[in-house]
Design a protein around this ligand. Sequence first.
Ligand code: ADP
Ligand code: TZD
Length: 582
Amino acid sequence: MGTVEPQVAQSGGVQEVTDGFHLVIDALKLNGIDTIFGLPGIPITDFTRMAQAAGLRVISFRHEQNAGNAAAIAGFMTQKPGICLTVSAPGFLNGLTALANATTNCFPMILISGSSEREIVDLQQGDYEEMDQLAVARPLAKAAFRVLHAGDIGVGIARAIRAAVSGRPGGVYLDLPAKLFAQTMDAAAGKTSLIKVVDAAPRQIPAQDAVKRAVDLLKSAKKPLIVLGKGAAYAQADNEIRSLVEKTGIPYLPMSMAKGLLPDTHEQCASAARSFVLPGADVVMLIGARLNWLLSHGKGKTWGGKDHKSWGGQKFIQVDISPQEADSNVRIDAPVVGDIGSCVSALLAGIGASWPKPPAEWLSAIAERKKNNIAKMAETLAKNPSPMNFHSALNVVRDIIKANPDAILVNEGANALDFTRSIVDMHKPRKRLDVGTWGIMGIGMGFAVAAAVVSRQPVIAIEGDSAFGFSGMEVETLCRYNLPVCVVVFNNNGVYRGTDVNPTGGPDVAPTVFVKGARYDKLIEAFGGVGVHATTPDELRKAMEEAIRSRKPTLINAVIDEAAGTESGRITSLNPKSGEKK
Ligand code: ADP
Ligand code: TZD
């Protein structure tokens, strides 16, 4: 128990006192939290010092958004809420994007921000960094709390932890006003006020009739398909999920961050036949995946519908912890509500020992498509154009990940994202971390730092040059903590590509174009990291192998043909078209 200098009590005896600083630290430690991602300043600077002194790992960033992204992905990887700590108003707002992104992606995190003096804030009298942070955070967080009295810190932290990890996980905001940190109270009373949260994310067992309904529907299928989402990866029910897939023999499609839950090279993996299985399937079981834009809302041409809004005729089973998720886009015929571990176990029991494999026609049609597409891809990957394109560079990354299946792959960009997702096979669960539900740029270095800190495995971050810019200054953080992170910047001179021109012929370059031939590798050298300029697949391979071997923070500037990308990568269709007739 942390205490402050003893004070002389009125009775004349010595009373042990504690304060808000120590109570927050003790409450976090009591609940097994060992790392804080943050950025110091008024009113939390001393808090970061005391937390470090008390044995917590305090990882300081250069911008709060990156600390927030680190906390969020640490939450995804560990099922414990990741903690991000910021100063008031502007620091809080910088962290808030990450909190909102965590909520959107169902990652458990707690944003703890110091805040200014309540009396002044509420009368809008102009305090230092004045803002009603609780009100601002509330619509963007799964839950938001403020603690005003030291004696309530235990309850505040407990509520924040439960809110973050129970049910559908999400981002929680915890507002700690400056005055709270310095408040003192009797140390013994402080200790008893703390709460060690018991069973923070209780199992939620699905109803028997819901499981039976799902099993019956699956049994009726002629062309069944399983879609695994990042909820399935988060749930850490890897063995159960693998058993379900293998016992039923049903082809499966992993969403981006579910890649590797079963190895992408698994014979039932239908990724290479995606555009065949989605419209072709008659019954689809979604496990921890929402029918949002990433799955074309479960309808339209992707699913074999006549036009972009019409239903393709599939029946859906949806396994999810959120009872509100079903029917969000199309009818769900068999919702199974509960935690994925419990649901998949119940489904396995329902399926029994003698489940017939799906019809051979369906399986062989998929196998045929897969074979053709994989052969086509192999041909493209084998080419060696100069300058490199996404394919020739990613052929290297694919080999490196294959040889280092425990390495974590962080990925952002447009083309750099879409091509990596489709080309680089993942072999183990929760090894692929990317832009998620929002397609947000800027997660790169925050995710990379957290992945290295949490897993202690090597991290490879494949970054579009635009994407990298959003968090690029954190290469200093990589060097400061000497993290085994190899950043590969796919440098094609701009957003999507580098070939746009200013139609006026004026001196400004086009809005999507950056400084041509930039040397991102020099950036990390400024902080003592290893910078490499790679213009061929061989140079890239050598540099990546060396980075993995040495575990030194490394940034490889991989020069990619500036004409190689397409606008918005694979989501070109979302770009609004000008109504103007040309
Ligand atoms: P993806 O983007 O990979 O398709 P989504 O983020 O859309 O995945 O969906 C994840 C889903 O998983 C959410 O609907 C969420 O409620 C659900 N989920 C998260 N954790 C669990 C869990 N432990 N058990 C059941 N469902 C979960
Ligand atoms: N801002 C934020 C926070 N998120 C976004 N997704 C965007 C802007 C828009 N955007 C994309 O959707 S991808 C992208 C931006 C700016 C960058 C694409 O360029 P890149 O990758 O260099 O990172 P490629 O490989 O050249 O396509």
